[in-house]
Design a protein around this ligand. Structure first.
Ligand SMILES: Cc1ncc(C[n+]2csc(CCOP(=O)(O)OP(=O)(O)O)c2C)c(N)n1
Ligand SMILES: [Mg+2]
Length: 603
């Protein structure tokens, strides 16, 4: 029984005969579900009937099932609780596939309930039949086809348990129409005990001691932090370890927010579009402590060359993530938070003064940068948003150049405030995911940032957002291009642009049609005032279209599959005064793109 056992699902009570649909709804209430993102149809009409009298759970009628899955993901990321989706059979199910794959790649706990044709019709090419369990098998953590109403309550409980424990992920539960119409008595299910599934949460003591030994003799350590730190609510423990060691911290795209970027130990994001100094620091570190991260290829580039000389510790809840891409010296399987807690007790403060000075020097010589002019640049939109909100906002980005600029130029401060599609890179993610986040959290403003391309992939959810008067700030970064693809064509395909220029609608008029306030920004001077106006707007959503430089590029960039030696830094000059401190004698020679720090002895 969950914490909500005192709650009742409408007029449904234990003891009497109930339909599968009533048991289903009751089970959701028992799980403490607050919001369901759904879309009805023939196969789920009985379930929708059971929702009519339900007051404990809010059902949000999305405008497309893909929107429902991304909304569930946004809700889960912002709250830490599983997101719930309810769709009909056939096309209802297939429309959820992208969102399920997205949740699988980014380890997001969602439970997707799909209607199904009656059991006896399965396999008959029945109307609106699709084998959703088969279709989603490679992209789910687990899936169920419910064949007996007496198993329904147990299966729902297990589905939530599997989605949200261990390495989280999506679970699909397929609900045949006839099973949902059968009657039985509701028996509260016991706590799940599943053969072959018991995630290791406590890290192995000996391994933790081995890791501590490596840490205690390191001179140039780097903490490489992924989304697992946020998923396990371990930011406090991470901060304690970094501070105690004086160890610089770099995060992946999904790790943003796990460690405050205002801290001098922060290196910001690493990887293909990470900061110059984070990638160089990882290259020259003598110890890499990977925490809740998976050595994704967008982070490592050419794996053999990634922190090649460094000892490596890898802490992760998922044993299959260990040494999958990069072999490590000390693996620790367990819940990141519990492991970090023990590790803090086993290590000693390090003398990293020289290492941090070298890094400061790199930061001053190769900062993330852009030049402001008369026209608008996406970087400045994000940077001003960070300044105006002081980092106190949930920012949900889409996929493309604007996503990378947001990662780079917003000063990330809190966990669960950066939400994006990282693993799958799903355009169209931001708007529905922001909607899900806004249903889950009202303590912080929610800002959706999309490109002009991705925004058009799920813009139907504008209707849902307007209907519920969600005060989401919808920023559309309009560069008139599928910018990220254009950048690759410019840099690696001799600027032969192929189908990347966009013919766009009038975004302001479009917002108006949905009953959403809107404004357009075309000059740099208007950026700050427009953001302030949007942040102050409380009566429902507001869309701001930022018409930005058409052909701007994201830098630094390590081309796909290459090494830090091939890093392309921003051609724009460094304008800031160089800080001259005790590290003044250290020079970093960048020569034909090769990085040679003169004073760091090679490990
Ligand atoms: C569903 C989907 N289709 C195609 C892509 C490939 N893709 C990655 S970024 C990108 C361009 C995105 O353009 P836009 O939304 O305008 O953002 P910008 O890069 O211009 O900021 C494309 C087409 C993708 N990631 N997702
Ligand atoms: Mg664009």
């Amino acid at each position: 029984m969950g914490p909500h056992k005192e709650r009742h699902a409408g007029n449904v009570h234990q003891g009497r005969m109930m339909t599968g649909s009533e048991i289903f709804v009751r089970s959701l209430v028992e799980e403490g579900v607050e919001v369901v993102f759904g879309y009805p149809g023939g196969a789920t009409i009985g379930i929708y009937d059971a929702l009519v009298d339900l007051t404990d759970i809010k059902h949000v009628l999305v405008r497309h099932e893909q929107g429902a899955t991304h909304a569930a993901e946004g809700y889960a990321k912002a709250t830490g609780k599983p997101g719930v989706v309810l769709v009909t059979s056939g096309p209802g199910g297939t429309n959820t596939v992208t969102g399920i794959a997205d949740a699988y790649m980014d380890s997001i706990p969602i439970v997707v309930f799909t209607g199904q044709v009656p059991l006896k019709l399965i396999g008959n090419d029945a109307f609106q039949e699709a084998d959703i369990v088969g279709i989603t098998r490679p992209i789910t953590k687990y899936s169920y086809l419910v064949k007996d109403v007496n198993e329904l309550a147990r299966i729902v409980k297990e589905a939530f348990y599997i989605a949200s424990t261990g390495r989280p992920g999506p679970v699909v539960v397929d609900l045949p129409k006839d099973v949902m119409a059968q009657r039985t008595t509701y028996v509260p299910p016991k706590a799940p005990r599943l053969r072959g599934y018991s995630p290791t949460v406590e890290g192995n003591h000996k391994q933790i001691l081995k890791a501590a030994e490596l840490i205690n003799c390191s001179k140039r350590p780097v903490l490489y932090v992924g989304g697992g730190v946020i998923q396990s609510n371990a930011s406090g423990e991470l901060g304690a370890l970094a501070t105690m060691l004086g160890c610089p911290v770099t995060t992946t795209l999904h790790g943003l927010g796990a460690f405050p970027e205002s801290n001098h130990l922060s290196l910001g994001m690493l990887g293909m579009h990470g900061s110059w100094y984070s990638n160089v620091a990882v290259h020259y570190c003598d110890l890499l402590i990977a925490v809740g991260a998976r050595f994704d290829d967008r982070v490592t580039g050419k794996v053999e060359a990634f922190a090649a000389e460094a000892k490596k510790i890898h802490i992760d809840i998922d044993p299959s993530a260990i040494s999958k891409n990069v072999a490590v010296d000390v693996p620790i399987v367990g819940d990141v938070r519990r492991v970090l807690k023990k590790l803090v007790d086993a290590v000693q403060p390090l003398d990293t003064k020289d290492w941090l000075e070298t890094i400061e020097q790199w930061k001053s010589e190769h900062p993330l940068r852009f030049k402001e002019g008369e026209t608008v640049r996406a970087q400045e939109v994000v940077q001003k948003l960070g300044e105006i909100t002081q980092g106190d906002a949930i920012v949900v980005t889409d996929v493309g150049q604007h996503q990378m600029w947001a990662a780079q130029f917003f000063t990330w401060k809190h966990p669960r405030t950066h939400i994006t599609s990282g693993g799958l890179g799903t355009m169209g993610f931001s708007l529905p995911a922001a909607m899900g986040a806004a249903f889950g959290r009202s303590d912080l403003p929610v800002v959706s940032i999309s490109g002009d391309g991705g925004f058009q992939m799920n813009l139907q959810e504008m209707a849902t957002i307007a209907e519920h008067k969600l005060p989401i700030k919808i920023f559309v970064i309009n560069n008139g291009f599928l910018g990220m693809v254009r950048q690759w064509q410019e840099l690696f395909w001799r600027r032969r642009y192929s189908h990347v220029e966009l013919f766009n609608p009038d975004f302001v008029k479009l917002a108006d049609a949905f009953g959403c306030s809107a404004l357009r920004v075309t000059r740099s001077a208007e950026v700050g005032p427009a953001i302030r106006q949007a942040m102050a707007h409380q009566e429902g959503p507001i869309l701001v279209e930022f018409v930005v430089e058409k052909e701007d590029n994201v830098y630094p960039m390590i081309p796909s599959g290459q090494t830090v030696n091939e890093i392309m830094d921003n051609p724009e000059p460094v304008e800031r005064e160089m800080e001259v401190g005790s590290a003044a004698n250290q020079t970093v020679v960048v020569h034909k793109g090769h990085v040679v720090p003169a004073t760091v002895e090679k490990p």
